[in-house]
Design a protein around this ligand. Structure first.
Ligand code: SF4
Ligand code: SF4
Length: 288
C-alpha cells in the first residue's frame, strides 16, 4: 500500500476519474458512436475528464492521459479501447508516468467485445456505454497496490485421470515438474477405456490409451492416486494445500497383478463405480 495515499488513492479521499475512449482508427468508431459514449461518461459521478482520441495507445494518446492526470489532479483512469491483454500494461505505464498508482486503472474492452462482434451501431453504442459505465464504477473501488514477489509451489494437481488428465500429466512431467494425478475410479483411463475406436480416424482407442497409462505409472515425477478423491482445498494461487482421501482397496496393490479375477467373482457390491447403477442397495446394472 502506498503510504502517501489514503485507501482510495487520493490525499483527501475525493475520487477524480479520467475517462479516455479510443477510435482505434476506424476499428471502433465505425460501429460505436465514440462521441456519444464520451459525452455520456462525462455525466457519470466522479468523472472529471472525458476525452476521445484516434489511437490512444500511441505516444500522443498516452500524453493526453498523462497531461489530463496532472492538469486535473485525477486519481483514477479508465480507458475504453481494445482488450486489456493488448494494452493494459501500456496504460498502466502511462498512469505511473503521470504519478498515480498503476492499479488505479481500469480498461473497458469496446473493440473485441463490442465493435468487432456487432453490426448494429445503436445497440453497439449502448453496449459500449454500459461497459464504460461498469469500468468507471469499478475503478472507484480500486485501491493502490504494490507488486510483491512470493514463492510458489510449481507442483501440479490434476483431478481426473481420463485421457485429458493423463496427457496433461505427461506433458507437465516432461517439462520437469511434479504432478499429482487424482482419479476417483480404481484405475485411470476414464471414458476412453470404454471405447473400441476413436473418431475420426477409427484408431483402436486402447492402442492410444494403454501406452500413456503405462507411461504415467513409470514416471517418477507423477504421483498417482487412484480410488481417491479430493476432499479439501485451501490456500491461494501458487500455494494450494489439498487433502486427498484414499479409499480402502482391501488388496495389497504391490502384489496385485490386475488380473481381475476377484472383481468378476466378488459377491460384494458395496463399492459402486461409475459403471454400476444401484437402486437402493440392489445393483441393477453393471458394465464391465
Ligand atoms: S489502444 Fe487498442 S483500440 Fe486503441 S488504437 Fe491502440 S490497439 Fe487500437
Ligand atoms: S485376484 Fe487378481 S486383481 Fe484381484 S487382488 Fe488378486 S491379483 Fe489383484
Amino acid at each position: 500500500m502506498d503510504n502517501k495515499l489514503s485507501t482510495n488513492g487520493s490525499p483527501n479521499g475525493e475520487i477524480r476519474i479520467g475517462f479516455f475512449i479510443c477510435h482505434c482508427g476506424v476499428n471502433i468508431s465505425t460501429i460505436v458512436n465514440v462521441a456519444e459514449v464520451r459525452d455520456y461518461v462525462a455525466t457519470l459521478p466522479h468523472v472529471v475528464v472525458s476525452k476521445d482520441y484516434k489511437f490512444m495507445c500511441s505516444d500522443p494518446g498516452q500524453e493526453i492521459i498523462i497531461n489530463a492526470v496532472k492538469t486535473n489532479k485525477l486519481n483514477r483512469v479508465v480507458v475504453a479501447a481494445c482488450s486489456p491483454l493488448m494494452h493494459e500494461g501500456t496504460f498502466r505505464g502511462a498512469c505511473e508516468k503521470a504519478g498515480i498508482n498503476k492499479f488505479l486503472f481500469q480498461m473497458a474492452n469496446i473493440r473485441e467485445h463490442c465493435s468487432w462482434v456487432h453490426d448494429d451501431k445503436i445497440r453497439a453504442t449502448e453496449k459500449a456505454k454500459a461497459l464504460a459505465h461498469a469500468a468507471v464504477k469499478r475503478v472507484s473501488f480500486h485501491v493502490p497496490m504494490t507488486v510483491k514477489k512470493a514463492k510458489v509451489n510449481p507442483d501440479t494437481l490434476i483431478v481426473g485421470g481420463g485421457i485429458s488428465g493423463i496427457q496433461a500429466a505427461l506433458d507437465i512431467a516432461d517439462s520437469g515438474n511434479n504432478v499429482y494425478l487424482v482419479e476417483r475410479e480404481p484405475s485411470i483411463g476414464g471414458k476412453m477405456a470404454l471405447f473400441d475406436k476413436t473418431f475420426p480416424t477409427l484408431d483402436c482407442s486402447a492402442c492410444i490409451l494403454t501406452p500413456k497409462m503405462v507411461s504415467v505409472g513409470h514416471r517418477d515425477t507423477i504421483k498417482l492416486y487412484t480410488w481417491s478423491e479430493v476432499v479439501a482445498v485451501s490456500g491461494f494461487l501458487g500455494n494450494f494445500k489439498v487433502t486427498i482421501k484414499k479409499k480402502a482397496r482391501y488388496v495389497d496393490t504391490d502384489k496385485c497383478t490386475g488380473c481381475g479375477q476377484c472383481w468378476s467373482h466378488c459377491p460384494a457390491t458395496r463399492f459402486p463405480s461409475k459403471r454400476q447403477v444401484f437402486f437402493g442397495d440392489k445393483l441393477i446394472n453393471e458394465k464391465r
